[in-house]
Design a protein around this ligand. Structure first.
Ligand code: MRU
Length: 350
């Protein structure tokens, strides 16, 4: 699969003494600027501020963040207790994308497995290898999601997507966008409608940019235009990503996704979620248990540094919502298309 000149969201520079380089996605598409994270605070800040964002990318960054955190062990602290501290700290960066916790759990399992069997240098080498495996596996999962999901795309399809689920949100290629990239590479003539995705405009700033880089015909719309575009018959399928999928298939994704699932249902349009198995949280019975991140009112009152609402106005800013399983036609994973979406089919497929 082609890379379409999408810069890497994260990259480990050097060996165990190296550091984490992140693309600052808050500056895209105007500026391509990288941040070199050499201490754990800058990794936490980058995740918290959405300099790196998208569920799989957050997970990979957290895994590599552990290596950044282990660079300096404060005097008088054991490796064990310092590991606990940085692991707990990274877990507070963002609450909704389960990939963050999935990746940190995997790193911790590896740490517990090797901590008594190796010297400090050996432990770091094994942990770096584990984090880089998470990144490599994500790239492979994304390719497979594209392969499986592209079978759902027919010639001439209009496809609506929301937020950013491309190479920027993952190790490479993306999830929902991988479906679109793959269908395009198969020479299917498609047209993508891309929601701008208020309030932080991941659709306008990131997805429309990735689609342009790939040369895929696309049209940017305001979120509030989705119903009209569906009514005009321009949309044949909706495909979105996910931040956490509960055991019954209820799916948390960027705010606005729930509304799209309702609209798709009302217009008889299939609604697909594309996500790797690291995005499932089978410990949660349904979507009501998914923690939803609440973000600053400033993202709505003064987005991108420009005040657009009066001082003192009350604001509600949940970053995610939950599309119910009954409105999801299918979930595309790296292994299978899960349809109909229910607990049994999910358990059988992941
Ligand atoms: O707040 P963000 O930009 O991290 O939200 C991202 C999304 O909601 C994506 O749709 C989701 O993480 C899937 S990314 C492959």
């Amino acid at each position: 699969m082609k890379n379409y000149n999408i810069p890497r969201s994260m990259e480990w520079i050097g060996g165990i003494d190296g550091h984490l380089r992140l693309l600052d996605q808050t500056l895209l598409p105007i500026e391509t600027t990288y941040i070199d994270c050499k201490e754990i605070g800058s990794v936490h800040e980058a995740i918290r501020s959405l300099r790196v964002r998208g569920a799989p990318a957050i997970g990979i960054t957290a895994a590599l963040g552990i290596l950044v955190g282990l660079k300096k062990i404060p005097p008088g602290t054991t490796l064990n207790s310092h590991y606990e501290t940085i692991d707990n700290y990274l877990r507070t960066s963002r609450p909704t994308a389960v990939n963050l916790f999935w990746a940190l759990d995997r790193m911790k399992r590896k740490f517990l497995e090797v901590k008594n069997h190796d010297d400090h240098h050996g432990i770091l080498s094994i942990l770096l290898k584990e984090a880089l495996s998470i990144e490599k596996e994500d790239r492979e999962m994304c390719q497979n999601i594209g392969r499986i999901g592209s079978t759902l795309v027919q010639e001439g399809f209009g496809i609506l997507t929301h937020c950013n689920t491309g190479g920027l949100a993952t190790a490479a290629y993306g999830t929902a966008l991988s479906v679109i990239f793959t269908a395009f590479e198969q020479r299917k003539s498609i047209h993508v409608y891309c929601d701008e995705t208020r309030p932080l405009l991941q659709g306008a700033r990131l997805t429309s940019w990735e689609l342009l880089q790939a040369g895929i015909p696309s049209t940017l719309i305001c979120d509030s235009m989705a119903a009209q575009v569906m009514k005009e018959g321009k949309i044949n399928m909706v495909v979105v990503g996910a931040d956490r999928i509960a055991a019954n298939g209820d799916t948390a994704n960027k705010i606005g996704t729930y509304g799209l699932s309702v609209l798709a249902h009302a217009h008889n349009i299939p609604f697909y979620v594309a996500a790797p198995s690291s995005t499932f949280d089978l410990t949660l019975k349904d979507g009501s248990e998914i923690p939803i991140e609440q973000r600053s009112h400033i993202e709505i009152t003064a987005p991108f540094g420009k005040q657009v609402a009066p001082d003192g106005v009350t604001v509600y800013n949940p970053a995610f919502d939950v599309a119910p399983a009954r409105l999801i036609t299918g979930i595309i994973t790296e292994k299978a298309l899960i349809t109909p979406v229910n607990e049994k089919n999910i358990l059988d497929s992941i």
